[in-house]
Design a protein. Structure first.
Length: 364
């Protein structure tokens, strides 16, 4: 469930900040969560977006960057309808399994009328926002629109927000397409390109994390697939439990436990789960593989929790492409090194017919 989080980085003026805090329903995530939109605030000029002019051609003609008194930058439209759009490839950030869990998706953009005087009527410019969730073939899975050229939103002299939360949209999501447009309501009244149209700023696309855990009477489970996991001891100031980096964790003593979940750098910690009793289970199966530290700079320990004659360890990219494969004999602890750039990787450990997959984050 998406809950409130204050993230003021998007807002650079006090007036805009107060509006933002009152209307921005964001995730119950710690502040490391990334906005997937490239150049959401015009800080990088006219980059990151596909701009369409009033003739329907790919061109930034008519667009400009407005710098307000507070040094806040915004995209500025012109006297005719002009649009900007970008398509976000989610496969560059998340695994297919995670996307198929239908994480909630929050989208927003802010808009405001523009005028060179304080004459209120000249602020009433026009705006719309359109967002699509698309599958690998770019078929539309779900969409959201607020306003249109035929029935636009009115951009007044105060910053306003158009936003939406996608949920229960089904499997197959790969792309998110976001498009917005603006137009001056009074028509051409002189000035440079982008002289008097709507101001557009603070585009946001974020995915949520399911920060809940389940307990079957013996083992705790994270309800989030394909993440980096770290189980914590709540009774000892959330101390890291060494080696407890799998999606599941079986406590060996009573107490309170929580889980830190990291999905592509977006981090959340679950509520503490109280364990009132534990059982000693005779286990004849292959024991859980533990890999630590995670995240790591590249030097890892793979703890098999027992000695095995033949062990196969494969390193794969987040998309599943094989990078390397190594074989080990009569071993329990494996020193494993990942000499790759920062990002998410999969380590598959095969012991006989048992296959263990772990998602590892490599950081600089």
């Amino acid at each position: 469930m998406i809950k409130s989080l204050i993230k003021t980085k998007l807002i650079k003026s006090m007036a805009k900040c107060l509006l933002f805090l009152s209307i921005y329903p964001v995730f119950y995530l710690q502040a490391q969560c990334d906005n997937l939109v490239v150049n959401p605030n015009a800080d990088e000029g006219l980059t990151g977006w596909n701009f369409i002019n009033d003739s329907g051609q790919v061109s930034s003609e008519g667009w400009a960057i407005e710098i307000e008194a507070s040094d806040n930058k915004a995209f500025k439209c012109s006297h005719n309808w002009i649009t900007k759009n970008q398509e976000i490839d989610l496969s560059a950030h998340y695994t297919v399994n995670y996307l198929n869990t239908e994480p909630e998706i929050y989208v927003q953009e802010m808009y405001k009328g523009y005028a060179t005087t304080d004459d209120e009527i000249h602020y009433n410019d026009l705006y719309y926002l359109h967002v699509e969730l698309r599958d690998a073939s770019r078929n539309i899975i779900a969409s959201f629109s607020e306003g249109s050229e035929e029935n636009p939103l009115i951009a007044t002299q105060n910053w306003q927000t158009s936003n939406h939360i996608f949920s229960s949209y089904g499997s197959g999501l790969k792309y998110i397409y976001i498009e917005s447009a603006g137009k001056d309501n009074e028509g051409w009244i002189g000035g440079e390109g982008g002289g008097y149209g709507t101001l557009i700023d603070s585009a946001v696309v974020k995915l949520s994390i399911d920060n809940t855990i389940s307990f079957d009477g013996e083992t705790l489970f994270s309800n989030t697939e394909d993440a980096v996991y770290q189980w914590l001891n709540c009774n000892n100031n959330f101390e890291v439990i060494l080696g407890a980096t799998s999606q599941s964790f079986t406590p060996t003593s009573i107490g309170d436990y929580a889980l830190e979940i990291n999905v592509n750098g977006c981090i959340d910690t679950t509520e503490c789960q109280t364990i009132n009793s534990v059982s000693i289970i005779e286990n004849n199966k292959t024991r859980a593989v533990e890999i630590y530290p995670n995240p790591s700079s590249g030097e890892l320990t793979i703890d098999l929790n027992d000695y095995y004659d033949n062990v196969e360890v494969a390193l794969k990219s987040i998309s599943g492409q094989l990078i390397s494969k190594q074989f080990y004999k009569n071993t329990r602890n494996i020193s494993f090194e990942i000499n790759q750039q920062s990002g998410l990787y999969i380590i598959e450990t095969k012991i006989g017919s048992n296959l263990n997959s772990s998602l590892i984050q490599i950081v600089e």
